[in-house]
Design a protein around this ligand. Structure first.
Ligand SMILES: *Cc1c(COP(=O)(O)O)cnc(C)c1O
Length: 483
């Protein structure tokens, strides 16, 4: 029931008494009295509070339970990030304030940039992009501009078939032609295919390491040598950096451009429609191409640098989503060098622990150690009429957010695969409880397949059509019949 349906004329949600045609609130805030708001639902305060509290309880989030959604790094976001980012000394600043009056914010952002440089081994960063895909576009535009200036015949970008869908989208939005590089049987880049494809029409290769099935790209230094030797650049999709902080720096193994998803690796909130941040780092020879302004040290203070000779322009308003960047800054400061390395190490150990606990009932897609996430197959439950989708739905009855299923580029040899990413935040007890639930579900699949085929049973909404919404698009309010 919507709040409008609960509306009863005359009810209101504050308890001040009306005096002489003025509500107490109106007299407290004159602007309200000047412009009465019409057509709002009229409900009592408890009705209002219950409406939104109950809606909020339908949410599933990292704060309510284990969220092993592979590829998304749903780690816990420490509350201190929120506390400090909400501080009025930060929120009351405006990006149009004179930089001299905004030194604190600029210092925070400049230091964040320097921390990211140190973590990735890059020489300079922009903090402007607002999400991973936006970071990719920024990086691809930088490479596009660089190639235009130096070697305009390079019009292609190589992307492994295992890549996240945003990679080819970003490369082609930036004006490149995308060429797919197949994976080998170990799940890495097929070196023979790369050797054939890498010629003087290729501007760059976009790589994710560990890749999107959680495997470390073992040939990374050979790939870097080959691509560089033939005049190409290396782009690092840093969405999976959570496996490598303090263990390997993309800049050290040959990457020229990187983006980082702060909402994955650096514990800023995921989505919810809100702002994100995906800083993009470059090697020195590309620093003149960064979007302006770039935050820099100047004398003993900090400044906005608009003088980048080959800048690709702006990628967002001002200098990035400051409130998001503040959370990542707090996180890095709280964790420190050792803490970040410990986080990545634990993320890798946790994924391998879950892989080994589950491999007897859900065989791994690749028989090798994984990094921060693991891909497991539910193919063997076919014979009971149970699909991976049924298993994922059943997990909701056990109170869990299901892992990622049917990722677009899962390895063709492994059907019905799910990708589990526990992150470093989870205890052994939490992972064990989840594994126990999956083990129990695998028994149910044999004995009571119907329980799975119709799951979930105890959620507010049960089995929904996977395709109805896509086939019956409602793109505006007016499309809705009768409203
Ligand atoms: C999440 C992800 C992206 C896209 O990042 P967004 O912030 O969601 O735009 C790109 N590549 C990989 C490997 C990812 O996991």
């Amino acid at each position: 029931m919507t709040l409008y349906e609960k509306s009863v004329a005359g009810r209101c949600a504050f308890s001040f008494r009306f005096e002489e045609n003025h509500s107490a609130v109106d007299s407290l805030i004159p602007a309200y009295a000047a412009a009465p708001v019409k057509h709002l639902p009229e409900v009592s305060e408890p009705d209002l509070v219950r409406h939104f509290t109950n809606l909020a309880r339908l949410n599933y989030g990292v704060d309510t339970g284990f969220y092993p959604l592979g590829s998304c790094t749903m780690k816990y976001n420490p509350k201190i990030n929120e506390r400090l980012a909400a501080d009025q000394r930060l929120t009351m600043r405006h990006p149009l304030d004179d930089p001299d009056d905004n030194q604190g914010i600029l210092q925070m952002e400049c230091e964040l940039k320097e921390y990211l440089q140190e973590i990735t081994g890059m020489d300079d960063f922009t903090l402007q992009p607002a999400c991973g895909a936006h970071g990719e576009l920024t990086g691809m535009l930088i490479i596009h501009a660089y190639v235009r200036d130096h070697d305009p015949g390079r019009t292609k970008v190589l992307i492994p078939d295992s890549a996240h869908g945003t990679n080819p989208a970003s490369a082609s939005m930036a004006g490149f032609q995308v060429v797919t590089v197949p994976s080998d049987e170990r799940g890495g880049v097929d070196m023979a295919a790369l050797d054939t494809l890498m010629d003087n029409t290729v501007a760059a290769i976009m790589l994710t390491n560990p890749n999107t099935v959680g495997l470390f790209e073992e040939n990374i230094t050979r790939i870097a040598e080959l691509v560089h030797a033939r005049g190409g650049l290396l782009y690092y999709d840093g969405a999976n950096l959570n496996a490598l902080m303090g263990l390997m720096r993309p800049g050290d193994v040959g990457f020229d451009v990187v983006h980082l998803n702060l909402h994955k690796t650096f514990s800023t909130p995921h989505g919810g429609g809100g702002p994100g941040a995906a800083p993009v780092g470059v090697k020195r020879f590309l620093a003149e191409y960064l979007p302006v302004p770039v935050i820099v040290r100047k004398g003993s203070g900090f400044a906005l640098d608009y003088e980048r000779t080959h800048t690709i322009g702006r990628m967002s308003a001002f200098y990035g989503n400051t409130a998001v960047l503040a959370r990542a800054y707090v996180y890095v400061k709280m964790m420190g060098r050792d803490g970040l390395r410990a986080a990545s190490t634990a993320a890798v150990i946790n994924a391998n622990y879950m892989k080994s606990r589950l491999s007897a009932i859900f065989p791994p897609a690749y028989d090798r150690p994984v990094m921060h996430e693991t891909v497991l197959s539910a193919k063997q439950y076919d014979k009971f009429g149970v699909s991976l989708l049924d298993i994922a739905k059943r997990l909701m009855d056990y109170g869990y957010h299901p892992p990622t299923i049917y990722f677009p580029h899962f390895p063709p040899h492994a059907e019905e695969v799910m990708m589990i990413e526990p992150t470093e935040s989870e205890s052994k007890e939490t992972m064990d409880a989840f594994c126990d639930a999956l083990i129990h579900i695998s028994e149910e699949a044999r004995e009571h397949p119907e329980l799975l085929q119709t799951a979930p049973h105890i959620t507010p909404v049960t089995r929904v059509s996977e395709t109805y919404a896509a086939r019956n698009l409602i793109t505006s309010h007016r499309d809705k019949k009768g409203s």
